[in-house]
Design a protein around this ligand. Structure first.
Ligand code: IDP
Ligand code: MG
Length: 152
């Protein structure tokens, strides 16, 4: 049995406004990862504060909350083998100018406060963040028929 993980990915307001949603989703789809939850939402200040609770005392916190609540985001839960680390790697470093150029942030971002995407950084974070954004019944269990071509 494959050891599957789930991770929360957000296309942040800059990514949605720049109409990068389809490209971002496509990057994960082409890697063979499975989308098990997906929606367009407007993050409330309360949800933003809880999602970014670890940054509450940082100087950039208020700007981060203002930004993440400034327009729609696309929230998704992605499932795959070791996918928390795999998706972090695909997303690239927090500062897009330090991100490898083949990553999402390296391809599409310039400024740290406009870095297009979010993904969970650990199993603990992914469990916490998925529960913040999705109800259990919004996450679908289904078979993706390509899986036998992705996993040995
Ligand atoms: P991550 O998104 O790569 O996990 P975190 O350190 O968790 O990075 O920071 C959360 C978000 O806060 C980042 O994606 C970025 O948009 C923003 N951020 C982090 N550090 C700074 C900073 O020094 N200035 C402005 N914004 C920052
Ligand atoms: Mg983080």
């Amino acid at each position: 049995m494959l050891q599957m993980e789930r991770t929360l990915v957000l296309v942040k307001p800059d990514g949605v406004q720049r109409q990068l949603t389809g490209r971002v989703i496509g990057v994960f789809e082409r890697r063979g990862l499975k989308i098990v939850g997906l929606k367009l939402i407007r993050i409330t200040p309360d949800l933003a504060g809880r999602h970014y609770a670890e940054h509450r005392d940082k100087p950039f916190f208020q700007g981060l909350v203002d930004f993440i609540t400034s327009g729609p985001v696309v929230a998704m839960v992605i499932e795959g083998k070791n996918c928390i680390a795999v998706v972090r790697e695909m997303m690239g470093a927090t500062d897009p100018q330090k991100a490898a150029s083949a990553t999402i942030r390296g391809r599409y971002g310039i400024d740290i406060g406009r870095n297009v995407v979010h993904s969970s950084d650990s199993l603990e974070s992914s469990n916490r963040e998925i529960a913040l954004f999705f109800k259990q019944e919004e996450l679908l269990d289904y078979t993706l028929d390509i899986q036998k071509w992705v996993y040995e």
